[in-house]
Design a binder for this molecule. Structure first.
Ligand code: MN
Length: 255
């Protein structure tokens, strides 16, 4: 199988190496990842400057060769599919991200965006993220679990343009508790900005690290992950609200 592997934490991220190690035996794995951390890059792409690409050897274990791209996660996937790979991949994997990407965080996530970009290109795509403490986790162990989930997903079939979002809880006693297929939570995020005034009087605000989801919606990725489950969430690139589409289509739009 021809696989494209990308991420948003950058080509040197331990989660990327762990993911590579977990899927290397599946076939021909091409790695194209940002040359610097791009967390919360969302679905940004680079349009006003060229994307510099370096072929790099990343020391292991597991060592791998890859394309280091001076761009965003979505750039890496788009560029790899369009130009860097000899032929399109049959599967695109993003991750393994340092930090979970559940609920509305999927909109900020560069990891999910990398996979979404692949889905937009009509390719089967899976994003993998792992819950961390201060950015640290047992990436190899989490990646091995991701591989098992991936094998199961491929057994079920991941079609062209399909996008699956997988999150692994912090591993430990009784964790993971299992696998839960769950909807994306739409709960709002409670967070705060820290205000500062510089010596020159300039006012600035820094988003603090601590945040929580405003409410717990049942049967969602946020709750299942918090309960210690690996979450599997099929996502749509199509953001159309079908109910409102019918309703608005039925209105008299004569001007
Ligand atoms: Mn990240």
């Amino acid at each position: 199988m021809r696989i494209l592997l990308s991420n948003d934490d950058g080509i040197l991220a331990p989660g990327l190496a762990a993911m590579y190690g977990a899927v290397a035996d599946m076939g021909d794995v091409t790695v194209a990842a940002p040359d610097s951390p791009q967390s919360a890059a969302g679905h940004a792409i680079t349009i006003r400057r060229p994307l510099t690409v370096h072929r790099v050897e990343v020391d292991g274990p597991p060592g791998f060769a890859g394309f280091s791209v001076a761009g965003r996660p979505a750039d890496c996937v788009r560029l790899a599919v369009r130009s860097l790979m000899d032929s399109p991949p049959e599967l695109v994997i993003a991750g393994l991200n340092a930090g979970s990407n559940v609920g509305i965080n999927v909109f900020y996530s560069g990891t999910v965006a990398a996979a979404a970009e692949a889905a937009m290109l009509g390719l089967p795509a899976v994003a993998f993220s792992a819950e961390t403490v201060n950015g640290e986790t047992d990436f190899p162990a989490a990646a091995r679990l991701c591989r098992r989930v991936l094998d199961n997903l491929l057994g079920a079939g991941v079609g062209p343009g399909e996008l699956i979002n997988v999150n692994v809880p912090l591993l430990g006693e009784g964790r993971p508790a299992g696998v839960r297929v769950a909807a994306q939570s739409t709960a709002g995020i409670e967070d705060a900005y820290h205000r500062d005034v510089g010596r020159d009087g300039a006012e600035s605000y820094r988003l603090t690290d601590d945040y929580s989801f405003a409410d717990e919606q049942e049967n969602t990725d946020v709750v299942a992950l918090a309960d210690g489950y690996i979450t599997v969430t099929p996502l749509h690139v199509d953001m159309t609200d079908r109910r409102r589409l019918d309703d608005l289509t039925g209105r008299d739009w004569s001007l």
